[in-house]
Design a protein around this ligand. Sequence first.
Ligand code: HEM
Length: 419
Amino acid sequence: MTTPALDDRADIAHPATFGHAMPYATFARLRREAPVRWTPEPDLPRHSSAGRTVHRGSGYWAVLSHAAVIEASRRPEDFSSAARGAFLVDPATRADLDQARQLLINMDAPHHSRIRRVVTSVFTPRAVARLTDTVHAHARDVVAAAVAKGEIDAVADLAAELPLLVIADLLGMPRGDRHLLYRWSNHLVGFDDPEFGGGDVEIYRRTFAEAFQYALGMAVRRRAAPGEDLVSLLANAEVEGRRLSDREFCNFWLLLVVAGNETTRHLLANGILALAERPDQRRRLVEDPGLIGSAVEELLRWVTPIMQFRRTATRDTELAGQPIAAGDKVVLYYAAANRDPAVFAEPDEVDLGRDPNPHLAFGIGPHFCLGANLARLEARALLTALRPHLANVELRGVPTRLESNFVNGLKALPVRLAS
Ligand code: HEM
């Protein structure tokens, strides 16, 4: 059983495309034609108690080559994250845009660097190294429970569990509340997927309200009695001479919750699927534990959990020879860049020993992923704990994919894991 492939005519803008498979053949054809391509957007249904509407995007420039993604990411003054936000779908109103801009990911310099600085100390290599023992212990527990169960859903039982435990610790939350984080991030990131809302605006708003209420409760407690956790840091931080407002705090908190579990979950789930389908690569890892470091990088490249982030051109300019007008939407496809044959030999093959591996799974430039060290640690820990059982991993059904044009997500992955 192997994952299905699509022909090279897939609509790369439509969430439903990704419910079937990743459109790598289409990325490759488009990139061959031009590294920066105009892409129309489909009509996307939205509904609420007020009725049904259709969201119609403006269309965008899809940036598909490794070199062009790097160039656009390194020219933030020309390709802004704040102008219209970093997500493919435009904020519906001016108020929505203002609200979105309270999120680190939707900011430009100099405000971006000041806000980012609030939490960088938590994510430095040294700070993350201090979490090594705890993260490895969580990974061993999660794998032991899965092995004891035998027949598992590798998404819920393995890939989701580890990042949820880690982010709950980091935020100083009771571990028992981690299922709340799972539900919230499914509903937010899975907005277009019929199982999680299928464009239901009210479910989306309700999820925000519920998550914010929970976050505010934590902020109040940590302002009264600060601890060592990330929430205490955020709730008491001063930027530009004032404390973050409740709304700014909640937005930052939710970004960490979603970024800290959804992305790593899909890396681990798709990584397990890649290994389950490739006995030769599994054997290499079983025989040589020294490959774990490069295996993590290769799975990051091969999976690319976040497929794209968006920018907006701030002036009439040019990218990889393509004229771009001020105000145009520009979408950086890390998923396509990471399969660019100009940089990666046999890009559609998994080679756990690939070196060098200059993948862009964590982005590049001023918004480079804050959690990259942590995500790498979690992936190393899971592979280390899984390695003794890898020879006996067996796919037991067809994986279910998330309908999302943003994350390369799996919803379920039936697997047998023998000791
Ligand atoms: C495999 C796992 C992960 C992947 C693939 C990933 C990917 C990315 C990418 C591509 C960006 C760049 C956004 C841009 O350029 O607009 C980013 C930013 C970010 N990531 Fe991650 N991420 C992962 C894990 C994490 C974790 C574990 C955390 C936190 C606990 C995290 C927190 C963030 C934050 C806060 C930003 C925004 C940084 C900024 O705007 O300055 N990520 N991530």
